[in-house]
Design a protein around this ligand. Sequence first.
Ligand SMILES: Nc1ncnc2c1ncn2[C@@H]1O[C@H](COP(=O)(O)OP(=O)(O)O)[C@@H](O)[C@H]1O
Ligand SMILES: [Mg+2]
Length: 226
Amino acid sequence: MGTILTIASGKGGCAKSSTVMILAANLAARGYKVAVVDADRNQSFASWHAQTYEGPELTCCSEVDHIKVVDLAGDLAEAHDVVLVDTAGFESLTAASAIGMADFVLIPCMADRGSVRETMRTAQQVASLSKAARRDIPYSVLLARWKPRGLSERAALDSLREEKMQIFDQWIGDLSDITKLSFSGLVPVSGKAGEQAGSLIDELCRKRAILIPSSRPDSRLEERAA
Ligand SMILES: Nc1ncnc2c1ncn2[C@@H]1O[C@H](COP(=O)(O)OP(=O)(O)O)[C@@H](O)[C@H]1O
Ligand SMILES: [Mg+2]
């Protein structure tokens, strides 16, 4: 049984789909069986996957219905190591379902006030859905398009820390390789973007949001050693 990772934020344009693109391709390159559910009406991931993507094999399905999306992600988790769910950039019932069924929620956040505000609202939504479901739904904020020494970045980070948000140690930089992705199907698995995606995957493994891929022959040994 694989894990379900939902990528969510009420803010449009805060790097949800880009995060799904780089994570999906980098996980697949590391031997994970990966499925993506595009739960956003704009279908930006699904159309990119169908028309542009050139990397290792991924399963991609579209489902924007808030009831059907739960069954679909559950079924995909039976046959894949990781299911990534890309959601819409506004408060939607489907995004709420995708958070409610998640093993882990990633909230991408860029260094602007709107993005920070929506990150906090989304984290509150995760907490409220955790309460409703009577189980812990862990989340972490992914600093995206991030310039570590930037002034807006410092202000955004101060605000997030003040609210005691969970934040990944690994951020994703402001990288032209990622901006180019909408026109290029070649997702970086090396260079800066590949390294950052790799460190993010390692951090997700440490948080047990992603497990060792079932197909890897030595996976049991690694699990035992851990
Ligand atoms: N790390 C990054 N570096 C450079 N550009 C980025 C990065 N992350 C996202 N972008 C750009 O920001 C824009 C919005 O990203 P997108 O992933 O489509 O957001 P969302 O899915 O949240 O609406 C896109 O043009 C994308 O190329
Ligand atoms: Mg999107």
